[in-house]
Design a protein around this ligand. Structure first.
Ligand SMILES: [Zn+2]
Length: 395
C-alpha cells in the first residue's frame, strides 16, 4: 500500500448521529436493538464505501456495550447507542481498519507451514464474541472453512457480552460456504447475531436473502459529500474535492479515503482502451479526422502489465471500475445529460470521444465490461478475459 500514509486512518463515528445518510433505516435498527428484537440475520447492502462495515461495527457496539446508553425521543421512541469507552466497545472499535486487520491475518498465515496454510482461514477477531469473516485471498471469496468456524462458534454461548456476533464483509461466497451458512440461518441460536454485507443483495442466494432482513444504505448527494470532504480532507484542493465527490458515487467512506493519484493512474490505462476504440470506430466509419492510428501496441502493453504481479487482481478491478465510470460518462453525454458526468476534469476529451462513438457501441462496451467483471468474480484468468474485452473493443 504505497499511498496508505496519505490517507487518514478510518475511525468509527463517535455516535450514530455522526453516521451520514440512511437516517430512517438506522433509527429502525437502533429501536430494534433497544427493544431486543433485532432480526438474527441482517443484510446491509449498498455500494463500496457506503459505510456497511462501519455501521455493522457500530451496531455490534450498540448490542455489546456494557453501559447500554439510550436516546429517548419525545415521541416515546427509545434508541440504542454505544458508549465507545467500555471494554467491549473499545475492543470492537479496534477492527475499524479492516484492510490492515486482514493484511495482518494473511501475513500470519503466510508464516505457516504449507500443510497448515491450507487449513487456516482468514478471520479477524477483535473481541471473544465478535468474529469478522472477510473474503479470503487470493480468490477473495468467503470460504467453507470460514463459515464452518462461524457455525462451530455460534453454538457456544457468548463468553463476555450479550451476543455472539458474526460479520461477513462480502456477499461473494463459495457455493459450499453459502449453503452451509444457510443452515445456521434456518435455525439461528438465540444468542447469535449475523451481519451480512453485500454491495448487491442479488449476489446472495435467494434462500439466504429470504432468511435475513435487508437494510439498504442509500447514496449521499454530491453536495453533502463535497462539504464532508471540505471538513475532513484539508489536504485536498477544492477543485479535486468536486471531482472526488462525483467519483465517490454517493459513498462517504469512499470519498474520505479516495486516492486520486491511484484513480488517475487506472484511468490513464482505461483511456488507452477507449482512445483505441474511438480510433477504430472512426476508421470503420470513415469519419472525418480518422486517425487510423490504432495503437495496438499500447493496448497490449496495458494488458501485459496486468497479467503478473501480486496486486494484479486489485489493479484489474480498479481498471474495470474506472472504465465503467468513463463509459457511463459517455452515455450521459450521448443522452443529453452532460451535467451528470463524473470525470468533470476530462469533459473536453469525453465530448470528443462521445462524438466518435455511437450510443449502440457504448452500450455494447458496457455489456462486454459487465461480462468481464462477472468473469472475474467467477475467477477466470484475468488477463484472458481482459484481452478478450480489448479485442471486442478494437475488433
Ligand atoms: Zn460501551
Amino acid at each position: 500500500m504505497p499511498t496508505a500514509d496519505a490517507i487518514p486512518a478510518p475511525a468509527l463515528p463517535a455516535d450514530f448521529n455522526e453516521f451520514l445518510g440512511s437516517g430512517a433505516a438506522i433509527e429502525g435498527l437502533r429501536t430494534a436493538i433497544a427493544a431486543g428484537r433485532l432480526p438474527h440475520a441482517l443484510i446491509l447492502s449498498g455500494p463500496a464505501g457506503a459505510g456497511k462495515y462501519t455501521l455493522a461495527l457500530m451496531l455490534a457496539m450498540a448490542i455489546q456495550c456494557e453501559r447500554q446508553p439510550r436516546d429517548l425521543w419525545s415521541n416515546g421512541q427509545t434508541l440504542a447507542g454505544f458508549c465507545g469507552h467500555c471494554s467491549n466497545c473499545t475492543r470492537i472499535a479496534q477492527a475499524a481498519n479492516l484492510e490492515e486487520q486482514v493484511a495482518a491475518a494473511v501475513a500470519a498465515r503466510e508464516e505457516l507451514r504449507e500443510t497448515d496454510k491450507k487449513e487456516t482461514r482468514v478471520l479477524v477477531q477483535p473481541h471473544p464474541d465478535v468474529l469478522i469473516l472477510p473474503p479470503d485471498p487470493p480468490q477473495l471469496l468467503i470460504k467453507l472453512g470460514q463459515v464452518r468456524t462461524l457455525i462451530e462458534r455460534a453454538h457456544y454461548l457468548p463468553a463476555e457480552a450479550p451476543r455472539r456476533i458474526f460479520i461477513l464483509t462480502s456477499g461473494a461466497m463459495m457455493k459450499e460456504a453459502a449453503n452451509s451458512l444457510l443452515k445456521i440461518l434456518e435455525e439461528p441460536p438465540e444468542t447469535v447475531q449475523i451481519f451480512l454485507l453485500a454491495e448487491n443483495p442479488g449476489e446472495l442466494l435467494p434462500t439466504i436473502r429470504s432468511r435475513a432482513a435487508l437494510v439498504r444504505l442509500g447514496a449521499l448527494p454530491t453536495e453533502e459529500i463535497e462539504s464532508l470532504l471540505a471538513h475532513r480532507r484539508h489536504d485536498v484542493a477544492a477543485k479535486q474535492r468536486a471531482l472526488i465527490a462525483r467519483l465517490a458515487q454517493g459513498a462517504a467512506g469512499r470519498a474520505l479515503g479516495f486516492d486520486l493519484a491511484a484513480y488517475e493512474a487506472a484511468r490513464a490505462d482505461a483511456l488507452i482502451f477507449l482512445r483505441n476504440a474511438a480510433g477504430a470506430s472512426r476508421t470503420a466509419t470513415g469519419a472525418q479526422g480518422a486517425g487510423g492510428d490504432l495503437d495496438h501496441t499500447a493496448l497490449f502493453k496495458v494488458t501485459e502489465t496486468y497479467r503478473a504481479g501480486a496486486d494484479g487482481q486489485q489493479k484489474t478491478i480498479e481498471l474495470l471500475r474506472t472504465m465503467s465510470l468513463l463509459l457511463e460518462d459517455l452515455l450521459m453525454i450521448e443522452s443529453g445529460t452532460p451535467e451528470l458526468v463524473r470525470n468533470i476534469d476530462l469533459r473536453a476529451e469525453l465530448d470528443r470521444m462521445a462524438a466518435a462513438l455511437s450510443f449502440a457501441w457504448i452500450e455494447r462496451a458496457s455489456h462486454a465490461l459487465d461480462q468481464v467483471q462477472s468473469g472475474l468474480r467467477r475467477n477466470l484468468l484475468r488477463s484472458l478475459s481482459l484481452d478478450a474485452f480489448a479485442a471486442q473493443l478494437t475488433g
